[in-house]
Design a binder for this molecule. Structure first.
Ligand SMILES: *[C@@H]1O[C@H](CO)[C@@H](O)[C@H](O)[C@H]1NC(C)=O
Ligand SMILES: *[C@@H]1O[C@H](CO)[C@@H](O)[C@H](O)[C@H]1NC(C)=O
Length: 368
């Protein structure tokens, strides 16, 4: 593969420390429920469109996109109409996914810089971040509902946030929600699933202007095989399990070099009964452990489907009169970080790794 090697011992040491840090969680691990369904039907027929006004369940997870798809490529415009870009003070920092006209889901770790809704915007209906179209919208944020136990119970655990928009978005061929799985939804492991994002070039390579959305086909990986990527001798000493029951692993067998594919918070979708379901939200990766084709780890959305329902139910609708005036869909011009002037790598491996190293430092401070 053409994946860049981590630069020397320092980076490797940091990765090892990050891996060791994962050991500090001592909660029991429950069995994952993603087991292959025996004799799962391979048919993916789209059910006939029902009459009458479509409700949420009927409208989600469909695209107007037709045609054969191939892995590791630029996404076709309109192929992933739930894909959102999360802007922090005008810069893309993470992916996100539209789940209905008022709500977007993303990864909680994308919100460590600020919890102020006014610092964020959600871009919808974009294909190229550097080239908005008539479909593109910039939405303001009314409320952020971070998971109460994010990063508390175990590292990177409960990595989910709900973003309530000020105004409901108008659906179009380029803006549609993905379906949210039920708490019982199971995806056969052999089912092909897709990830998409704007941050998915190699470790040392940024997506170039005009920043077209990238996608790639992945397969879900059972947690035992996924866990094996973390079983270094050091880690084993602690009897540690990295993959908790709120996480799900996926791996790209098609091109193992693109291990960092996917933006934090961005969707992992699988086609179930003819509709695309958001099965995961990009959370972190084992890339720094230098395995050939490392799995990416996603927040398992079915684990949070009751939490999502509850939060949506108990949250009042945004007051449309308090919403700021509609904003023009912006044209993004480049990757810059905030304050330091250095470029950032908007990918899940870097984000996740730095958050683990940050956590490590705080532990060092506490235990001098
Ligand atoms: C799944 O959700 C249903 C309601 O939609 C609830 O009655 C049930 O207890 C939930 N199951 C689990 C395992 O949480
Ligand atoms: C797909 O259809 C099967 C059979 O009707 C059903 O049991 C299953 O729950 C459906 N899956 C989803 C995600 O709706």
């Amino acid at each position: 593969g053409t994946r860049a090697q981590p630069s020397g011992q320092g980076r490797r040491g940091a990765c090892l420390l990050a891996a060791l840090l994962l050991c500090s969680s001592l909660l029991p691990l429950h069995a994952q429920d993603y087991t292959p369904t025996p004799g799962a039907p391979g048919t993916l027929d789209v059910p006939p469109t029902p009459k009458g006004p479509p409700d949420q369940a009927e409208v989600c997870g469909k695209t107007s996109f037709q045609g054969k798809i191939f892995g590791g490529q630029m996404a076709k415009p309109g192929r992933w109409p739930w894909q959102a870009s999360l802007l922090f003070r005008g810069s893309h920092i993470c992916g996100a996914v539209l789940i209905d006209k008022n709500w977007v889901a993303s990864a909680a770790h994308c919100f460590q810089r600020s919890r102020k809704p006014s610092d964020y915007r959600v871009l919808l209906g974009y294909h190229q971040l550097g080239s908005p179209t008539e479909y593109s919208r910039q939405m303001t944020v009314n409320r952020l509902i971070l998971h109460e136990n994010f990063n508390k119970v175990h590292n990177q655990g409960n990595d989910i946030i709900l973003i309530q928009l000020h105004k409901p978005v108008t659906y179009s061929s380029h803006i549609l929600p993905a379906c949210v799985p039920e708490n019982t939804t199971k995806v056969p492991l052999d089912r092909s699933c897709w990830i998409s994002g704007w941050g998915m070039i190699r470790e040392d390579e940024f997506l170039a202007a005009p920043f077209p959305l990238q996608d790639g086909e992945v397969f879900l990986m059972d947690d035992k095989r996924c866990e094996a990527f973390f079983q270094t001798p050091e880690v084993n000493t602690f009897q540690y399990k990295a993959i908790k029951d709120d996480m799900i692993c996926a791996v790209d067998f098609v091109s193992g070099k693109y291990i960092c594919r996917g933006d934090s918070g961005g969707p992992l979708v699988c086609l179930l009964n003819g509709s695309w379901y958001v099965i995961g939200l990009a959370s972190w990766t084992a890339a720094c452990l230098e395995s050939a084709s490392s799995p990416n780890i996603f927040t398992k959305v079915s684990h949070f489907s009751d939490w999502i329902k509850k939060k949506k139910q108990e949250t009042p609708d945004a007051d449309p009169f308090s919403a700021p005036p509609e904003e023009k869909a912006p044209t993004l011009i480049g990757w810059r970080s905030f304050g330091t002037g250095t470029t950032i790598k908007p990918r899940i491996c870097v984000t996740a790794l730095s958050s683990q190293i940050l956590l490590l430092q705080s532990i060092w401070f506490r235990i001098p």
